[in-house]
Design a binder for this molecule. Structure first.
Ligand SMILES: NC(=O)c1ccc[n+]([C@@H]2O[C@H](COP(=O)([O-])OP(=O)(O)OC[C@H]3O[C@@H](n4cnc5c(N)ncnc54)[C@H](O)[C@@H]3O)[C@@H](O)[C@H]2O)c1
Length: 244
C-alpha cells in the first residue's frame, strides 16, 4: 500500500533517514522542517514551525491534493541545564515543539485519515519517554507527555483503522547527539570517545548506538496492516536500558 507520509524534522538525523527510507520505497513523502529541507530524494518539501498552528494550517492547504494518511512527529530539540538555570522560554519551546507540535499536527491530519478510513501516527519519542535523566527536565516532560497524549488519541480513534504509537530509542548518532557529545566533553574534561563509552553507552547493556535502519524498520512495521491493533503503545529500542 502506497502512503502519503508527512515527516517533521526531515532535514536532519532520524527524520532525514526516514524520509530517504520511505521515498526509496515509492511512498509520497512530504518532508517538513523549519527551513525547506535540502534532500536528494523525490519528495515534496515544506517549511513550517510545528509549534505554530497558523503555519501548520497554511502548510496543510498546500497539500490538499495529496493529504497525508501517515504522520511522523519527529521534530525535536534538546536543552541540558538544571531547572534553576533553565531559561523559561527555552523550557516552553521544548514542550511547544515536541508535545504541543505533535498534538497540533495530529489534529490537522486526523480529519483526512478518518475520511480515508486509514491512518498511522508515529511519534518519535525517546528512552526519555519512559525514564529520566537529570538536567533534561523539559525534554523528559515533553517525551513522557507524548505517551499520555497518544493513549488519549488511541481511544479517540478506536472506531477506525487509525493507530498512534510512540517509538522510544535511546541514543542514535545524529547531529542532536553529536552536539551533546561535544558539550559533555567540555563540561567533564573528557575526550569524545570517553563521553560515548563512559556516559552515553553506559546505561545500555548492548553498548551500541541505535541505528537509523532500526528506526526505519520499526516505523515501517507500525505502518503495516499487521500492526493495526497496536495503538497507544511505546515501542522501545534501548539496548536493554530499561530491562535493568
Ligand atoms: N538522536 C537521538 O539519540 C535521539 C534519541 C531519542 C529520541 N530522539 C528524537 O528523535 C527526533 C529527531 O532527533 P534527531 O536526533 O534526528 O535530531 P536532529 O537535530 O538531527 O533533527 C531534528 C530536526 O528537527 C527540526 N526542528 C526543530 N524544531 C522544529 C520546529 N519547531 N519545527 C519544525 N522542525 C523543527 C530541526 O530543524 C532538525 O532538522 C527528536 O524528536 C528527538 O528528540 C533522538
Amino acid at each position: 500500500m502506497s502512503h502519503s507520509i508527512l515527516i517533521t524534522g526531515a532535514a536532519s538525523g532520524i527524520g532525514l533517514a526516514l524520509t530517504r527510507h520511505f521515498a526509496a520505497q515509492g511512498h509520497r513523502v512530504i518532508a517538513c522542517d523549519l527551513q525547506r529541507p535540502q534532500i536528494d530524494a523525490p519528495v515534496r518539501k515544506l517549511a513550517f514551525d510545528v509549534a505554530d498552528a497558523a503555519q501548520i494550517e497554511r502548510a496543510m492547504a498546500q497539500v490538499v491534493d495529496n493529504p497525508p494518511d501517515v504522520l511522523i512527529n519527529n521534530a525535536g530539540l534538546q536543552h541540558v541545564a538544571p531547572l534553576e538555570e533553565f531559561p523559561p522560554e527555552r523550557w516552553q519551546q521544548l514542550i511547544a515543539v515536541m508535545l504541543t507540535g505533535a498534538a497540533l499536527l495530529t489534529r490537522a491530519t486526523l480529519p483526512t485519515m478518518r475520511r480515508k478510513g486509514f491512518g498511522r501516527i508515529v511519534n518519535i519519542g525517546s528512552i526519555h519517554s519512559l525514564v529520566a535523566s537529570p538536567y533534561k527536565s523539559a525534554y523528559v516532560a515533553a517525551k513522557h507527555g507524548l505517551v499520555g497524549f497518544s493513549k488519549s488519541i488511541a481511544l479517540e480513534t478506536r472506531d477506525c483503522d487509525i493507530t498512534i504509537n510512540t517509538v522510544c530509542p535511546s541514543y542514535v548518532k545524529t547531529p542532536l547527539v553529536d552536539s551533546q557529545i561535544d558539550a559533555l566533553a567540555t563540561r567533564h574534561g573528557l575526550t569524545r570517545d570517553q563521553v560515548i563509552e563512559e556516559i552515553m553507552l553506559k546505561p545500555m547493556p548492548k553498548r551500541q548506538f541505535i541505528g537509523l535502519d532500526e528506526l526505519a524498520g520499526t516505523v515501517e512495521f507500525l505502518l503495516s496492516a499487521t500492526a493495526r491493533n497496536i495503538t497507544g503503545q511505546c515501542i522501545t529500542l534501548d539496548g536493554g536500558w530499561t530491562a535493568q
